[in-house]
Design a protein around this ligand. Structure first.
Ligand SMILES: Cc1cc2nc3c(=O)[nH]c(=O)nc-3n(C[C@H](O)[C@H](O)[C@H](O)COP(=O)(O)OP(=O)(O)OC[C@H]3O[C@@H](n4cnc5c(N)ncnc54)[C@H](O)[C@@H]3O)c2cc1C
Length: 432
């Protein structure tokens, strides 16, 4: 069933309202722009009187703006909705399960300013890193942002010299056999954010400016073929929702859209992870450790938990994001390695054992831009292991591309979907 999110400013009933009421809500939502602006104002008068003035500013812009539908409420889709909302455009985000239900809620949230330098993603990452610094105040939410010190090292080889020269980057809680510690990033170059809270924060901030969240599965596009192919809407659980612009931000599920338009292939790289709640304080560190017993990345969070990951695989992407399950053997190795390097983590409580899929293209590059095949169709996916880092610049650039016809904050040409189309028939090697 198609339902609007509870916090949508356009939401007119309860979460379990009957579908006719929801259809009415949607009708209002996608009515001509002037009528839509009127509904926003009436609703805001009722429940948010303090916001009337700013909403009226948004209304003036909305009267001229396109109807934008974003498919997928991961960090990429919600970031685009957020940056569109800053430009006065109230997008509708359609999500099949819940906000941040997939990789965007289960990632590490590690950020680095310069680790993508020298690759086509370098400028996107640098701009994003700057934008992340401002987001905690812009989003008016605790999104778990803080700068961290990042160190690498070997597991299982007790070394004489643990402490990197000239620094105090050897955390006390890292009391197991770890050697060859080296600084990989300082508080000036590395940081972290809680990915699920960031994604929720983007969505809520966009909703405060009039965007809406709609729970439902997009099953097709409505494309007119008059003079030229042109997007006119999306099909959501069998119902048509009108749109002038559609952005596909469906993570590894974006390949499903190949049934509707010629989109490049995106596959899901599975990452297993755990969240451990330590009884001892954990410092603001990110660790990248490896050894004969495997690899383990540990990101200590401000809430006293440690996010632990490092076991990856390629699997067939299940239809439902909620069916992505961790590999028990991989989880066991992660737990063993975390406990080996730290007694605090050995004694920690397991808060979550989980897995998620990195949306990955064959070039390894994100796919961001207008889709050939139908005007009004756009794509933003394939961010692989850097989707949380690169979400803000992707959202800002996409808002510019949609509203101005080109992105000026960053050069999107390396990510042009047209460059990847010939690769769409290649198949990844999969497990199971
Ligand atoms: C273990 C692990 C650790 C990671 N750590 C980091 C990190 O430290 N730093 C970093 O920068 N990145 C990290 N990443 C990468 C990051 O998580 C991803 O790149 C990013 O979350 C992808 O976001 P997305 O919005 O593109 O996709 P997703 O989060 O997958 O969101 C796509 C959404 O689309 C919805 N959807 C799909 N099909 C439909 C449909 N037909 N109709 C409606 N909705 C639909 C899905 O339900 C889902 O909510 C990590 C990834 C993994 C797996």
């Amino acid at each position: 069933m198609l339902s609007l999110g509870v916090k949508s400013p356009l939401y007119l009933g309860s979460p379990a309202a009957p579908s006719s009421a929801l259809r009415d809500s949607l009708h209002i939502c996608f009515a001509p722009y002037i009528a839509k602006a009127r509904v926003i104002r009436v609703h805001c008068r009722k429940s948010h009187p303090q916001r009337i003035q700013s909403t009226q500013v948004t209304m003036a812009a909305a009267a001229e703006s396109p109807r934008v539908v974003i498919v997928g409420a991961g960090v990429i889709g919600t970031s685009i909705a957020y940056y569109l909302s800053l430009r006065g455009v109230a997008a509708t985000v359609i999500e099949r399960a819940s906000v941040a239900c997939a990789a965007s809620g289960k990632a590490g949230g590690f950020l680095a300013v310069d680790w993508c330098d020298g690759s086509p993603v370098g400028d996107l990452a640098r701009l994003s890193y700057q934008l992340h610094r401002d987001l905690p105040s812009d989003l008016e939410d605790d999104i778990g942002y803080r700068v961290v010190c990042t160190i690498g090292g070997n597991i299982g080889k007790p070394g004489k010299q643990r402490r990197p020269e000239g620094s105090n980057y050897d955390p006390a809680w890292l009391d197991g056999p770890v050697s060859r510690l080296q600084v990989m990033g300082t508080e000036a170059t590395t940081a972290q954010v809680h990915p699920g809270k960031l994604t929720q924060g983007f969505m809520k901030a966009a909703q405060r400016r009039g965007a809406s969240l709609c729970i439902g599965t997009v099953t097709g596009l409505d494309i007119s073929h008059n003079d030229q192919a042109c997007v006119e809407g999306v099909m959501v659980d069998g119902e048509r929702v009108a749109a002038d612009v559609v952005v596909l931000a469906m993570g590894p599920w974006t390949s499903h859209a190949a049934k509707w338009l010629p989109v490049p292939q995106v596959f899901g790289q599975l990452g297993n992870s755990m969240i451990l709640k330590s009884h001892q304080p954990l410092s603001a560190h990110a660790l990248y450790l490896h050894g004969a017993s495997g690899e383990v990345d540990i990101f200590c969070r401000p809430d006293g938990t440690a996010y632990v990951c490092g076991e990856n695989d390629i699997i067939n992407t299940p239809e439902d994001p909620l069916d992505v399950q961790p590999d028990p053997a991989a989880i066991k190795r992660l737990k063993r390695n975390a406990g080996l390097v730290s007694s605090a983590l050995a004694e920690a409580e397991v808060e979550a054992e989980q897995a998620c899929l990195r949306p990955t293209s064959y070039s390894g590059m994100p796919i961001i831009g207008a889709l050939p095949g139908a005007s009004g169709a756009f794509i933003a996916t394939g961010h692989s292991c850097w989707g949380i880092l690169n979400a803000p610049a992707t959202g800002k650039a996409m808002a510019e591309l949609i509203l101005d016809g080109q992105a000026t904050c960053v050069n999107l040409s390396p990510f042009d979907p047209a460059r990847l189309l010939p690769l769409q028939h290649r198949k990844p090697k999969v497990r199971g």
